[in-house]
Design a protein. Structure first.
Length: 239
């Protein structure tokens, strides 16, 4: 059985994979200010790291002893836990012209030739960091919506019986409550409105549409479907 990955930290993480220490140092110097950077010296070490925690993007050197960059990328894409993590392959200037094709065939998102422009590398990595943060934001908003729907009736469209039971047990038989107002229990706090949830979803959709990054359009469509479902639930409850 595969061990569960650690909970994702509040800030996104980058995994850099290279068998040369000087290359890892250079990459960390360029990317360290963007996010938390984790280093791996081999493909095997990279796979272990990815199964332990979540990464926004992975940068892998192609020419490594043992498991090379193409094999490492293929193994990452072959695991359900890591298949959606974007991969950038890095290699030296004297490369086989077929390398880029091979990289895209195994599912990598981008391909850079060393020595690379630090500004270009930071820009490309930032795109994937931004997409990862928006995806995390969407997940958080979805969880908030689930809690909202649960607090608003236990199940969409089925009102909870708990409030009615509470009223039955506390109200006197003649329907008149003679207790002093200060002695009466405080009414339960009302959950956020469904309209507010729809607003949050709409905002997430706009951010994803504006991102124009790989996968953002698909996430925006999913948010739109959820937004429409909540809107229909509001309509049904008003009828």
């Amino acid at each position: 059985m595969t061990a569960p990955r650690e909970a994702a930290p509040e800030t996104s993480s980058i995994l850099i994979v290279d068998d040369m220490e000087e290359n890892l140092v250079a990459l960390q110097a360029v990317l360290g200010s963007l996010a938390h950077v984790v280093r791996a010296r081999s493909g095997e070490e990279a796979l272990k790291a990815m199964l332990r925690q979540e990464f926004a993007v992975v940068l892998i050197d192609v020419l490594m002893p043992g498991m090379n960059g193409f094999e490492t990328a293929a193994n990452i894409k072959g695991l359900d836990q890591t298949r959606d993590v974007p991969i950038i392959l890095l290699t030296g200037a004297a490369v086989d012209p077929d390398y880029a094709y091979r990289g895209y065939t195994v599912g990598v998102a981008d391909f850079l030739i060393k020595p690379f422009d630090p500004w270009l590398l930071r820009t490309k990595v930032n795109v994937f960091l931004d997409l990862h943060r928006k995806n995390r934001q969407l997940i958080d908003q979805t969880e908030q919506l689930k809690r909202l729907l649960t607090a608003d009736g236990g199940h969409p469209g089925i009102p909870s019986a708990a409030p009615e039971a509470a009223r039955t047990s506390t109200e006197p038989p003649n329907g008149t409550d003679h207790t002093h107002p200060a002695e009466r229990p405080a009414p339960p706090e009302q959950p956020d409105s469904l309209a507010e949830a729809v607003g949050r979803l709409a905002q997430a959709e706009i951010l994803l549409r504006a991102a124009d990054t790989p996968g953002s359009a698909d996430l925006a469509d999913r948010v739109l479907n959820l937004e429409q479902a909540v809107g229909q639930l509001m309509t049904d409850r008003e009828m």
